[in-house]
Design a protein around this ligand. Structure first.
Ligand code: AP5
Length: 214
């Protein structure tokens, strides 16, 4: 089973990807996570991407297409979730090409629809674990009743992403509207396309996704 999650920053793509990955043992391919890992490891790709990401702009198509091509080519039959790719029409065209070369198909294409004010609230209060990438809200961290990190087995080491600062959030939403809205139109004719009201609680969003995939 291969799935694509699309939607604006903060619409819940990462949250739903982790739920689906854990339920069905799928590969979670998040270009944002892959790029942040490259930055942490100070690779050439990471150093190139950092300047764009800190400003809330998209990393050049060629960079992310190469990353995804490499990951998809090494899956050896495991189902995958694409989270945050494609974000531009050239990326969508490149994905079609790669999937065709690998004889793969998308069984679900989900667009997470959420209004801007909700996105801003969610992103401003998001915290992410440095080790296991768990995503929570600041409220949940201050309540202190969270499971331990799945990597260290100690309490998670939460931080606020550089691009979750107010001025960068505004820029990210603007870039999304300009460059990714055409990608939604690109997929609307796909028979497995579904718009999800992702302002609902995360567990309800998950049930809708599961229902469609069944
Ligand atoms: P990336 O990391 O992919 O960021 P994004 O797309 O902006 O998405 P987010 O991770 O911010 O949000 P999300 O939709 O995953 O929401 P989440 O589940 O975390 O990309 C970062 C940067 O990398 C880009 O800006 C760009 O520079 C670069 N990049 C990445 N891919 C690229 C590409 N293909 N091309 C070019 N550049 C690329 O949830 C957010 C918060 O809401 C959390 O606190 C969560 O707990 C909460 N929440 C989630 N769901 C719900 C719910 N249903 N109800 C209430 N709260 C919820």
């Amino acid at each position: 089973m291969n799935v694509l999650f699309m939607g604006p920053p903060g619409s819940g793509k990462g949250t739903q990807s982790k739920l689906l990955r854990d339920r069905f043992d799928m590969e979670h391919l998040s270009t944002g996570d892959i790029l942040r890992e490259a930055i942490a490891q100070k690779t050439e790709v990471g150093m190139r991407a950092k300047g764009y990401m800190d400003k809330g702009e998209y990393v050049p198509d060629a960079v992310v297409i190469d990353l995804i091509r490499a990951r998809l080519s090494s899956l050896a039959g495991k189902g995958f979730i694409l989270d945050g790719f494609p974000r531009t029409v050239p990326q969508a065209q490149a994905l079609d090409q790669v999937l065709s070369e690998l004889n793969l198909q998308l069984n679900g294409v989900f667009f997470f629809d959420v209004k801007k004010d909700v996105l801003v609230n969610r992103l401003s209060s998001r915290r992410t674990c440095r080790n296991c990438n768990r995503i929570v809200s600041a409220d949940m961290v201050s309540n202190g009743k969270l499971e331990d990190c799945t990597v260290t087995s100690k309490p998670c080491n939460f931080y606020q992403r550089n691009d979750d600062l107010p001025e960068v959030i505004t820029k990210r939403i603007q870039v999304y509207q300009e460059q990714t809205t055409p990608v939604i139109d690109y997929y609307k004719s796909n028979p497995n396309f579904l718009t999800v009201d992702a302002a609902m609680p995360a567990d309800q969003v998950f049930q809708i996704i599961i229902g469609k995939l069944k």
